[in-house]
Design a protein around this ligand. Structure first.
Ligand code: NAD
Ligand code: MG
Ligand code: MG
Ligand code: MG
Ligand code: MG
Length: 340
């Protein structure tokens, strides 16, 4: 049975007694920095000189400096730059400036699990990984709610690493929703699997195949877009509220019967075999090696795949239709049609 932790299990005073450096001010970085600050924690944001986020963070009332100076003053350093750059930032700017007893924090276990970062024995190494996008982590906190997080300790040098991690989780609002204890290995492998097999990879491919099937059969692309992409959110919201059962309850009996008889026909047992292959590649490091090798090569494969994805007909059709919606779709830094 998973171990769960809530507000009363965490002591906010612990993180309030530390200076926290947030390295990076992107999706997670801005949310952690602002939530910590609003929870009464002394925060400094560490950024590259010339970073576009510098002004944004200052305008939000945060102290901002370069990465080496931020690290040098910190008792807790949270690494929130993209996973593929963390080992460079760590080696060049974090490790040389890290206080002997400073704690190193991550929001995803990738670099520790696959040994791209190997912190010295004197440091607590902890993970506080919110189970939601950064913009939601901030939005929910401001609303008095929170995004659940999973928390792990890889290295407990101080003897207090777990309490510190839990205190940090409380300061970003996670214990309001619930924190689950995990390990870097479990978090990394399940996070990569979830996003590849279901959330990002699986769902995107499912939507594209559904759209292609309808359009190739002669139906209007705009109708296909609504049926297989737009309505997905409404269905997923129901699942999020009450599981698959609530989704089936809310749909018509026709839809529910079709779900039972056609779902397993579309997603058949081969899909599960494929998922096991994806999991094996994650566990043995094949996926990590491919991702990092491509990133070290300037992200050639990554950029080509992104361009191919963006050129799919469903993206063009959706972009036109969404222009006419009476509400704003743009959220955070993402502007429809051009990722900022
Ligand atoms: P991001 O891409 O949104 O932001 C990265 C930030 O780092 C940007 O401000 C960028 O300017 C800065 N940056 C990039 N290179 C840098 C460098 N060399 N030196 C200094 N700053 C640099 O990143 P993110 O999606 O917030 O991911 C950060 C971490 O959080 C990752 O470990 C990721 O796996 C984890 N995580 C992200 C999410 C999410 O919602 N996106 C959810 C859970 C965990
Ligand atoms: Mg992204
Ligand atoms: Mg992830
Ligand atoms: Mg329908
Ligand atoms: Mg029903």
């Amino acid at each position: 049975m998973a171990e769960l932790f809530y507000e009363n299990d965490a002591d906010l005073a612990l993180i309030q007694s530390k200076k926290v450096a947030i390295i990076g001010y992107g999706s997670q970085g801005h949310a952690h920095a602002l939530n910590l600050k609003d929870s009464g924690v002394d925060v400094v944001v560490g950024l590259r000189a010339g970073s576009l986020s510098w002004k944004k963070a200052e305008e939000a009332g945060l102290a901002v400096t370069d990465v080496p100076s931020a690290v040098a003053q910190a008792d807790v350093v949270m690494m929130l730059v993209p996973d593929q750059f963390q080992r460079h930032v760590y080696k060049d700017h974090v490790a040389p400036n890290l206080k002997d007893d400073a704690a190193l924090f991550f929001a995803h276990g990738f670099n520790i699990r696959f040994n791209y970062i190997d912190p010295g024995a004197g440091h607590d190494v902890c993970m506080v990984a919110p189970k939601g996008p950064g913009h939601k982590v901030r939005e929910q906190y401001v609303d008095g709610k929170g995004i659940p997080a999973i928390v792990a300790v890889e290295q407990d040098a101080s003897g207090q690493a777990w309490e510190l991690a839990l205190s940090y989780a409380k300061a970003i609002g996670a214990t309001r929703a619930g924190v689950i204890k995990t390990t870097f290995t479990e978090e990394t492998e399940t996070d990569l699997f979830g996003e590849q097999a279901v959330l990002c990879g699986g769902v995107s491919q499912l939507v594209q195949y559904g759209f292609e099937t309808l359009v190739e059969a002669g139906y209007q692309p705009e109708i296909a877009y609504f049926e297989v992409l737009h309505e997905l959110k409404l269905i997923v919201d129901l699942m999020n509220e009450g599981g698959i059962t609530k989704q089936r309850w809310s749909c018509s009996d026709t839809a529910e019967f079709g779900d039972y008889v056609s779902g397993p026909r579309v997603i058949d047992e081969h899909v599960k075999e494929n998922m096991k292959g994806v999991l094996a590649d994650i566990q043995d490091g094949t996926f990590a090696k491919r991702f990092i090798a491509d990133q070290d090569n300037g992200g050639q494969e990554f950029k080509a795949l992104r361009a191919e994805g963006e050129s799919h007909q469903i993206e063009k059709v959706g972009q036109e239709l969404r222009k006419n919606f009476g509400w704003t779709q743009a959220d955070g830094d993402y502007v429809d049609g051009s990722a900022a």
